[in-house]
Every structure is written in C-alpha cells, then in structure tokens.
Design a protein around this ligand. Sequence first.
Ligand SMILES: [Zn+2]
Length: 304
Amino acid sequence: MAHNEVSVGFALCVGIFVLAVIAAIIVPIVLIFSAPSQSHSKHFVGLPSHSVRSDSDPDLFFIEEEGGMVEGILRIRREVTGNGTGGHISDSCCGYIVPMAKLKEGMHYDLDVLAFGLGSSFVDSTWMEALKLVNNAIGKNLFGERRHAEFLGLSLNGRNQIGAGHADFGGGDVLAATLIWVRCSIRTIPIASCPLETREIFEWKQFYNVDIHPFGDARVNGVSVFDLMAIFVHETLHCTNADDLRKIGCEDSTMWFSTARGETKKRSIDTATVKCMRNLYFPSTGSPRPPVSGGECERVLWWE
Ligand SMILES: [Zn+2]
C-alpha cells in the first residue's frame, strides 16, 4: 500500500513537471503570436478634409489651414506601364511645387518601418540610402535625425512622417503621396502675400500604398515589384520642393510623375533635377531665382 502511494505520488510529480515544461514552452509562443502590435499595423489614409483638386493637374491637391496662413500641397504618384526611353533630359525638366519655397533645414522626422511589411532592415537601409542620394544631390544635409517609428496621419500636427498602408485617394493606381505644408517664415504674413523667398516648407508627410501595390527591391525581384528606393528618392525630393514632371522629353527624369514596376534607373537623380535643386538651395545670384522658364513650374503659381 505504502509502495503504491509512493508510486502514485511520484507519477503525479512527474505529470506536474511535464505539464509545467509544456506550459513553459507553449505560453510564451501563444503570447508572442497574440501580442498586440499597434506599431506593426498598416495605416489608412484618405484625402485630407477640404482638399481642393487642381484644375490643371489631377494628382495635385491644395489644403488651406489657419485662415490662409498655412497651405498644404498633396502630390500623388501613380502607376504606369512602360518605362522612359533613356534619352537625354534637358535642363527644362525642372519644376518647383511652390515657387522658391525651401525646406526648413534640420527638422527631425519619423519613419514607421514596420508598417511597410517588407522587413525592417530592408526598409531601414533602403531609406538611409535614398536619403543619402538626395542629400548628395542637393549638396547639403537638409534633413534632421530620425526620431520615432510611428505614423500619425496626414494632418498638420508638427511632425514630419513617413508611413505605409492603404491610401484611398481615388483610383487604385496610386503608389505613393507626399504632402508638404508651406507658410511664410514671417509668421504674421498670410501665404498669399508672402515674399517668394521667405516661403518655407515647415512640415511634410510621405505615404506608401503597400496594401495595394507590391514594393521591394526591383534589382532583385524585377517587374514583380515597384522599386522602393527609387520611389523613396522621388518622394523625398518632393519634400525639398521638386515637382512632378509631365512634359514630353522628361520621361527619364527622377521627377517624372509616374513609374512602372521594375523601374530602377530613377534611383539615381538626373542632372537636370540636381541643377534645379541646387539652383534653389544655392542660388548663384545671392538670392533665389525661379526655375528655367518653359519648365513645369509656371502652372503651379496657384496663389498669384
Ligand atoms: Zn511625384
């Protein structure tokens, strides 16, 4: 009897030990897979309220805030089929979103790396490489440091941010969008009467429509993806005031308004765009000059 009690007790101890070991293995696994992942989830954005579409450009929207003291300009990039021709790009392939406005230097920014769903190290290294290309092209480090891994939407909120997820801007072919917020550096002057050379881009957002379109490294995955680095470069140039181009002959510009799957040549920044942006940030005359006449810039004199 005593022998049996010892056996039963021993069996119970072994059973409890085995259960404890199984629980120790399973519980952490369950916790890992059920843990909330707010910062990992994609974001949803639509056109900001009271956006007004440009009469001349279907991919350009204006948003007035603070009684006309601040103006937002949203630029959308769409998918096309087929690439540029590889031909020569003339200096007239140059335009500014807002005449003579410059990005306020040294502003910090946030990048929600995980929202892309492409692997954080890939997004991280691709972004850093794209930013380096833009800095080198312009010839100065306009951007501050990366601070947070979050995205809080497109509204004016004092944060420069890059997010990804699902964009509902009308039309499923939207790949990415950049929103720049502009004001007069003399803060008491409305944007409409602000001297050209004192206009500044003081806040910006970038958004990538990864929920609908496949992004990745097109040098590896070819035409199955849109090249994230090339599109990072293009959208980041928008933050510095480079505008989209639609003029015949500018198809190979980094700032061409649309892009195709597999296209990687626009990772490098074309010489016309480099010249255009250096002309803005390093004006040879000592004061900023408008870009070359005949370029795309004339049509965006929207508040004059
Ligand atoms: Zn664009």
